[in-house]
Design a protein around this ligand. Structure first.
Ligand code: KIV
Length: 267
């Protein structure tokens, strides 16, 4: 049987320059196909609020819903590492974050918990790491803060914004984060952060220099209206004609650095 992917595997992949292929998963059937196609990391993203539940943001997603979907995905995988999102306002204090992480890990089977946010989340990341909870930080565009940000916009385009994200990325690593997701930031900024940090940096709309790529699986399968598909995503289903083929093509293109191109990046 193939060896399960762990955080050490991801660190080795970063060191050896092998891109990490990550996709969002929400149920056992998709998780099984992704796992068999060689996807390294499955993310139970709170994007499920939008793509599965049909809501207009991730804000209403509850911890119970995250635990439920994490458990479904856990049943479908054998090899891929399982990361699950702490939903909006489930980590307002380090204590609350610990309780929420406990549910994702004990009931859902998550191996890593992901949380959105920069400086205000540092203490929480520290506490989770001290308690032995593997953490994936998430910087750049923070969909849970969509109402505060005034929409889904590229982050770090000006010098101050870029420097803030860079400093927060360093601080997250120092606080004990094991992984970092950078969402919708300019390609040069994501490249610089990936080169600087020791932990693996996985990008979504962050250009090809990241240590890995993640996409919302429903976006690459045409399961969202065409006008809602982000410009940095790619249709993998139409050319392949099957779900298994689409996931395998995504893995091949991420590993071969054929995805994303410069045109699928921000500047
Ligand atoms: O919820 C999610 O799917 C995510 C990805 C967009 C990284 O956080």
């Amino acid at each position: 049987m193939t060896k399960p992917i762990t955080l050490s595997t991801l660190r080795r992949m970063k060191r050896e320059g092998e891109p990490i292929a990550m996709l969002t998963a929400y149920d056992a059937a998709f998780a099984r196909l992704m796992d068999q196609a060689g996807v390294d990391v499955l993310l139970v993203g709170d994007s499920l609020g939008m793509v599965v539940q049909g809501r207009s943001s991730t804000v209403p997603v509850t911890l119970d819903e995250m635990v439920y979907h994490t458990a479904l995905v856990n049943r479908g995988r054998h090899r891929a590492l399982l990361v699950a999102d702490l939903p909006f306002l489930s980590h307002t204090t380090p204590e609350q974050a610990l309780m929420s992480a406990a549910r994702l890990m004990k009931e859902g089977g998550a191996e890593v918990v992901k949380l959105e946010g920069g400086t205000p989340q540092l203490e929480t990341v520290r506490r989770l790491a001290e308690a032995g909870v593997p953490v994936c930080a998430h910087l750049g565009l923070l969909p849970q803060s969509v109402h505060k940000l005034g929409g889904y916009k590229v982050q770090g385009r000006d010098a101050d914004g870029a420097e803030r994200i860079r400093a927060e990325a360093r601080a997250m690593e120092q606080a004990g984060a094991d992984l970092l997701i950078l969402e919708c930031v300019p390609r040069p900024l994501a490249g610089a952060i990936s080169a600087e940090l020791g932990i693996p940096v996985v990008g979504i709309g962050a250009g090809p220099e990241c240590d890995g790529q993640v996409l919302v699986s429903y976006d690459i399968l045409g399961l969202v209206p065409a006008e809602s598909r982000p410009s940095f995503s790619r249709d993998y289903l139409t050319p392949q004609g099957s779900l298994a083929g689409a996931f395998a093509a995504y893995v091949t293109e991420v590993k071969g650095r054929a995805f994303p191109t410069d045109a699928e990046s921000f500047h």
